[in-house]
Ligand binder design. Structure first.
Ligand code: FRU
Length: 457
């Protein structure tokens, strides 16, 4: 798999579609795979939802619930809006090979019918013209499509999902432009009755630590134009492995995000078999103001408490010497979560390790105000010279105490620091699970509120 697609909540079910090549573990003719969940935690894979057809393979896109039957497919129809990628036209190098199409389902997402009038948005001559994210814009009473158009975002409007009018374009001389812009999302948050709009723009390459990553802009959207409050470049995640993430549609005030836990730098060669790639944890997004500027915050969704069990409350762990949790608590389970606080004027390092000398570390360098994840010795790093890395993330918060939560799976760590103002998501491929954590603080400083949780399946 690669990108998550078409995420929509409907009648108690979370639908998650995804870029999927059923015949290989490397990228190829794209389909929409499908999975469903009642709680965002336990997922069941469903039959493939969308197959390639005469118009092309099925690239990324979104899905909505058409409550008022604006498209005429039926009340409450699920409508998927996706990019058709035509490989034959691509050979002709006209730049016209990507265009937007519809499919709909009137049986809760079980079966899908492609709209006979496809494509609904033909290509005007833009080589990269893809990944439509559609939402209903209450203020102007219409559907708004946020589309990646090379290195900008173009907004389109429609009364019925079928007829689209160009509204505006955003992105020239603002933001990061190290690569092509892909998989955007436009979401809003309520701030005491005022809407704060966030425009997520994934790009590849050009992420701060290399390869694929997600930037975002905060500002106003009036139904036609997005106007950022400032020109700062902000990043959703500073780890190497959170790409193409977008949010669920039809979840009311909740903004639930999931990303692809991989990076195009090495996505086709990571050493897993017979599968390749996974998603991040589902995350609840919010906004927080720091020094007068708005930032996104991300936290694993509260539903994960269903599989999280308190294992050990270690309270305080003094700095000055290395403390191994394998020694004090015993071997760690395969999947776990570690929470703690630590004074922001001192350095710390938390090392996950196994008995073969493989390790990955998350830490903080106070003088630089930087978090880091080091996976240079994490296990198999031989499959790509872009994999072994030490990646940094600026601390955004100015609070005197750092609060962090580390979610560890057998091949990944997801770090949420300072209420999720800084997130880092990173994969690794050790030969054995990391069944030990070593805490290293500076003498005179201490880890506090140290809690270890078991994550079950
Ligand atoms: C991002 C992306 C999208 C595209 C899809 C193709 O990872 O390149 O822009 O729609 O993957 O699989």
């Amino acid at each position: 798999m690669n990108d998550p697609n078409g995420m929509v909540y409907h009648n108690g079910t979370y639908h998650l579609f995804f870029q999927h090549n059923p015949d290989s573990t490397v990228w190829g003719p794209m389909h929409w795979g499908h999975a469903t969940s009642q709680d965002l935690v336990h997922w069941e894979e469903q039959p493939i939802a969308l197959y390639p057809d005469s118009l092309g393979t099925i690239f990324s896109g979104s899905a909505v619930v058409d409550k008022d039957n604006t498209a005429g497919f039926g009340n409450d129809a699920l409508v998927a809006i996706f990019t058709h990628h035509n490989h034959a036209i691509e050979q002709e190098k006209t730049g016209l090979h990507q265009y937007q199409s519809l499919a709909y389902s009137t049986d809760e997402g079980k079966t899908w019918t492609k709209y006979e009038g496809n494509p609904v948005l033909p290509n005007p001559g833009i080589w990269d013209f893809r990944d439509p994210k559609v939402m209903w814009h209450e203020g102007s009473g219409k559907w708004v499509m946020t589309l990646a158009t090379k290195q900008s975002i173009t907004f389109y409007g429609s009364p019925n999902l079928k007829d689209w009018t160009r509204l505006s374009e955003f992105g020239e001389s603002i933001g990061a432009h190290g690569g092509v812009w892909e998989c955007p999302d436009l979401i809003s948050f309520d701030d005491q009755g005022k809407k704060i709009w966030v425009l997520i723009v994934n790009l590849n390459p050009g992420a701060p630590n290399g390869g694929s990553g997600g930037q975002y802009f905060v500002g106003d959207f009036d139904g036609t134009t997005f106007r950022p409050y400032d020109t700062d470049i902000r990043w959703l995640d500073f780890g190497r492995d959170n790409y193409a993430g977008v949010t669920w549609s039809n979840t009311g005030e909740r903004r639930i995000f999931i990303g692809w836990m991989n990076n195009w730098d090495y996505a086709n060669v990571v050493p897993t078999n017979p599968w390749r790639s996974a998603t991040t944890l589902p995350r609840e997004l919010g906004v927080e103001k720091v020094n007068g500027k708005w930032y996104l915050i991300a936290q694993p969704v509260a539903e994960l408490s269903a599989i999280t069990t308190a294992m050990r409350d270690l309270a305080k762990v003094d700095g000055g010497e290395d403390v191994s949790l394998k020694t004090t608590v015993g071997k760690l389970p395969e999947t776990y979560r570690l929470d703690f606080t630590y004074p922001a004027d001192s350095d710390f390092k938390i090392t996950l390790k196994n008995d073969t000398g493989e390790w990955v570390a998350f830490g903080y360098v106070a003088a630089e105000r930087q978090f880091f994840i080091d996976r240079t010795q994490s296990g198999d790093v031989s499959f790509s010279d872009k994999f072994a890395s030490r990646d940094s993330a600026p601390r955004i918060s100015g609070e005197p105490v750092i609060r962090a939560s580390l979610w560890v799976d057998v091949a990944s760590i997801e770090v949420f620091a300072d209420n999720g103002l800084t997130a880092m998501t990173t994969t690794f491929f050790p030969t054995q699970v990391y069944d030990d954590i070593v805490l290293q603080g500076q003498s005179g400083a201490a880890f506090a509120d140290v809690n270890l949780y078991r994550i079950s399946r």
